[in-house]
Design a binder for this molecule. Structure first.
Ligand code: HEM
Length: 458
């Protein structure tokens, strides 16, 4: 058990951790296998551990109480001023995901109404429409028994959903271009996470030129739509319209074009890859666990009786939702997040010095055997209310927590539930034998070799 958080700094101890290489610290172990490194560090050193990545000392906080202190109780002491968010800023600018302090607080207040539950429910038809088109597209391959790479399929789907939710019909002709540009930027950011010493954007390497071209394409489309909307407001009913209408309570001011651009591109990015990964891992887990897959199909058949689900069906698709919760436990797409401590703090009885990089990983805490029975097992019903009672609050945090909890949580859970339900109505997915499945922990947790599956019509 940890000591109570918030102990006086005097009593606090220095956290233990691996020594690593004299010069590089733990870089070698991290590059070899990130997930294994963070899991082993937690299992070996406990609630809070520390290690070095070259000249940076990282404090890895594993215990739910410590996670709660960082994300909630003392969240003002932890900023996003760390290199990972710096890399993302090249792409996202200063949007909700990457900003901090008063600026972030104002943006969050402005954006929050767009993600109100009733508002999100209006996107249900858009989500099911796009999903049904995808499932129709699968039909010829399903009939011939040809494999599909479902990670890419889900990525395309969630990209289309978030694009339409943001811009409704204004972008129909641009969806493919937007998708290509975002993919280029995302792959590039992932590369820069791995190679942080790659030359900065002002150096005209082929990679940097590609990045700048993709960013310019995306900016061009986004600014064009904002300008059109400024000329003819109130013709749309989408997320962009909500963001453009939002006014600061105190000053009455709305967002500038640049600010709208940053929020829109943030929502593109934050809103699709994570959800696509969740759907991919859910499909994998269901294909390898016969009984949960059978129960899911039974719930869908009984609740929907063949009709297309809507937002109103959500409460009756509780097993489907548990499958998603359990998928996000085992494979949380946002598997790690970092912060910088502004002042000294004490977390679980350990001292975190000012300026330290602090890291929390739902992947680690979600697999802690002191918090979860059979942590490696796929058991959706552990999320049934009677089995969830008494679980520490931050034992489970796939969407983060505190004031910076994912603003798109309701959107993502509704989308995943509707997609899984429609999928289960129509097909059974089977893994293609001989294809390797391995989690790759980059910016998100995704399957390194894709996810090859065959769709079997029901
Ligand atoms: C399964 C899908 C998703 C997962 C697992 C996920 C996870 C997360 C997590 C863990 C955070 C907090 C990061 C941190 O504290 O450093 C976050 C923040 C955020 N997410 Fe999500 N997310 C998902 C889907 C979405 C969707 C669909 C949207 C928008 C349509 C979205 C928009 C955002 C935004 C804007 C933030 C920043 C919020 C802020 O700091 O105020 N996410 N997400």
């Amino acid at each position: 058990m940890p000591k109570t958080t918030g102990d006086t700094a005097l009593a606090a101890r220095v956290p233990p951790g691996p020594r690593g290489n004299v010069v590089f610290g733990s870089i070698g172990d991290i590059y070899r296998d990130r997930l294994r490194f963070v899991l082993e560090t937690a299992r070996t050193y406990g609630d809070v551990a520390q290690y070095r990545v070259a000249h940076t000392r990282v404090y890895q906080v594993n215990h739910p109480e410590g996670v709660g202190r960082l994300l909630h109780d003392n969240h003002r002491n932890y900023s996003k001023d760390v290199p990972t968010f710096g890399t993302l800023r090249m792409f996202l600018g200063n949007g909700l995901f990457t900003s901090d302090g008063e600026f972030w607080r104002r943006q969050r207040r402005l954006a929050q109404p767009a993600f109100h539950r009733r508002r999100v429910a209006t996107f249900g038809d858009l989500m099911t429409g796009a999903t049904r088109e995808m499932l129709d597209r699968w039909q010829p391959r399903a009939e011939r028994g040809q494999p599909l790479e479902v990670a890419t399929e889900f990525m395309r789907l969630t990209m289309e959903v978030v694009t339409l939710a943001l811009f409704s019909t204004s972008v129909e002709r641009d969806v493919e271009t937007i998708g290509r540009a975002i993919t280029t930027l995302l792959n590039d950011v992932t590369f820069r996470f791995t190679f942080p010493f790659y030359p900065p954007l002002r150096v005209p390497t082929p990679r940097n030129r590609r990045f700048l071209a993709a960013r310019a394409t995306l900016d061009g489309i986004v600014y064009r739509i904002i300008a059109e909307r400024r000329r003819r407001p109130a013709e749309h009913d989408d997320l962009l319209a909500m963001l453009m209408e939002a006014r600061d309570e105190q000053t009455g001011e709305g967002m500038s074009d640049k600010q709208l651009r940053d929020e829109v591109i943030t929502l593109f990015l934050a809103g699709h890859e994570t959800t696509a990964n969740a759907l991919t891992w859910a499909s994998y887990l269901l294909s390898t666990h016969v009984e949960p897959a059978r129960r899911l199909r039974a719930e869908v058949d009984e609740t929907l009786r063949g009709r297309v689900p809507t937002a109103a069906d959500m409460p009756n698709l509780s097993y489907t939702r548990m499958v998603i919760d359990e998928t996000l436990r085992l494979y949380p797409p946002a598997w790690v997040t970092n912060r910088r401590a502004i002042e000294d703090d004490t977390v679980c009885g350990y001292r975190i010095p000012a300026d330290a990089t602090v890291s929390i990983s739902p992947y680690v805490t979600h697999r802690d055997p002191t918090l979860w029975d059979n942590p490696e097992g796929f058991d959706p019903e552990r999320f049934a209310p009677e089995r969830s009672a008494g679980r520490p609050h931050y034992a489970y945090f796939p969407f983060g927590g505190g004031p910076r909890q994912c603003i798109g949580k309701g959107f993502a859970l509704m989308e995943s539930t509707l997609v899984l339900a429609l999928l289960a109505q129509r097909y059974e997915l089977h893994l293609v034998p001989g294809r390797r499945v391995e989690a790759e922990a980059m910016a998100t947790l995704r399957p390194r070799h894709g996810m090859w599956m065959t769709a079997h019509p029901r």
